[in-house]
Write a new protein. Structure first.
Length: 307
C-alpha cells in the first residue's frame, strides 16, 4: 500500500497557510479571559496610574474577578471619569450595593471603586490615600512618562519628569507599600522592551526602566522575608492613549484614519498587531495572582523582541 499523499490542486494550495504569495492578515485580538479567576477574588488592589490605558484595563479585569479596586492618579477629573466608566461597565459590584447613594469625590461609588489623588512621587499623599482606602493586598504601578530627547539636546531639566516619575515614583510607591502590604501581598511594576532594543532619543526613559527592573529584583530579595512579592511586566508596544498620541502626532486618536494608521504600524510585529491594554493588564494579573512568582520580569511583547 502506498504512503504517497496526492498533491493538492493549485486552487487548494493557494489557500494553505504559508503558500507563496499568501500574506494572512492578523486576526483581531481575542477577548482577554483573566488568568487564575479565583485567586484575586475578594482581594484589594491599588493601581497607581489607573485612570487610563493599562491601569484602567487592569481595573476592569480585576472587577470582573471580584476584586476591590482603588485608583490613584494626579488628575481628579480623569479619576472621576475612570470610576464612572467602571461603574457603568456592567461588571458585578464587589463592594457596596448597586443603586446605592452616589459618592463624593474620592469615595467609593455604587460599584465599590475608590479613588484618591496623588502624584506617584508624593509619599505623603500616597500614604494618606492608602490609609483612607483601607487594607490593600496588591499594588500595580502603571504611571510614568517616556519623555526625553537626543542626548546632545536634552539636558537634565528636559528629562527630570521622566526619570522622576519612572524611577523615583516607583521607589516612592515601593516605600509606602513595604510598610503596609500584608504577608502574601505583591508589588508589580511596568517596564518596556525598549530597554532591550533601544530607540534613539529615549536614553533617560530607557535608563529609568532599566533601574526599575533592577530595583524589582532587589526588592524581591529584600521583601521576601516579609512574604511580599515584587515583579515587573516588560511590555512591548501596546495600544493605549499614550501610544496613540505618539504615533498619531497629536492627530485624532479615534476614527477610521487613526485605526488604519495604527494597524499599519502594528503590522510589522510578528503577530501582526500591537498588544491591547487588556493583554498587558492580564500579564500583570498573572504575576499578582501566582503566589510563587517573585523577582521576575515577564516579557509581554507579542514576539517583538524576536523580530
Amino acid at each position: 500500500m502506498s504512503d504517497a499523499v496526492s498533491e493538492p490542486t493549485s486552487e487548494a494550495g493557494s489557500d494553505l497557510p504559508g503558500a507563496p504569495g499568501a500574506v494572512p492578515e492578523a486576526p483581531p485580538a481575542l477577548p482577554v479571559r483573566s488568568p487564575l479567576p479565583t485567586a484575586l477574588a475578594g482581594q484589594s488592589v491599588l493601581i497607581v496610574g489607573g485612570s487610563s490605558g493599562i491601569g484602567l484595563a487592569a481595573a476592569r479585569l480585576l472587577r470582573e474577578l471580584g476584586a476591590r479596586v482603588v485608583l490613584a492618579g494626579r488628575d481628579r477629573a480623569r479619576l472621576d471619569a475612570a470610576r464612572e466608566a467602571l461603574a457603568t461597565d456592567g461588571a458585578a459590584a464587589t463592594a457596596g450595593e448597586a443603586g446605592g447613594p452616589a459618592a463624593g469625590p474620592g469615595g467609593p461609588d455604587a460599584a465599590g471603586v475608590r479613588t484618591f489623588t496623588a502624584d506617584v512621587q508624593d509619599e505623603e499623599a500616597l500614604a494618606a490615600g492608602w490609609d483612607e482606602a483601607g487594607a490593600i493586598d496588591h499594588v500595580l504601578v502603571t504611571a510614568g512618562g517616556i519623555g526625553g530627547g537626543p542626548i546632545r539636546e536634552a539636558g537634565r531639566k528636559a528629562v527630570e519628569e521622566t526619570v522622576d516619575s519612572r524611577l523615583w515614583g516607583s521607589y516612592a510607591v515601593a516605600r509606602v507599600a513595604a510598610r503596609r502590604l500584608p504577608p502574601g501581598g505583591s508589588l508589580t511594576f511596568f517596564s518596556g522592551t525598549y530597554l532591550i532594543r533601544p530607540i534613539p532619543g529615549a536614553a533617560a526613559a530607557i535608563g529609568s526602566v532599566g533601574a526599575v527592573e533592577a530595583m524589582t529584583r532587589a526588592l524581591a530579595v529584600e521583601l521576601a522575608p516579609d512574604r511580599i512579592r515584587v515583579n515587573a511586566v516588560r511590555s512591548g508596544s501596546v495600544d493605549t492613549p499614550l501610544l496613540r498620541r505618539l504615533l498619531l502626532n497629536g492627530g485624532p486618536a479615534e476614527g477610521p484614519e487613526a485605526e488604519a494608521r495604527l494597524a499599519a504600524a502594528g503590522a510589522s510585529t510578528p503577530l501582526g498587531r500591537f498588544g491591547t491594554a487588556e493583554e498587558a493588564a492580564a500579564a500583570a494579573l498573572t504575576l499578582m495572582a501566582n503566589t510563587y512568582i517573585t523577582g521576575t520580569v515577564l516579557t509581554m511583547d507579542g514576539g517583538q523582541l524576536l523580530a
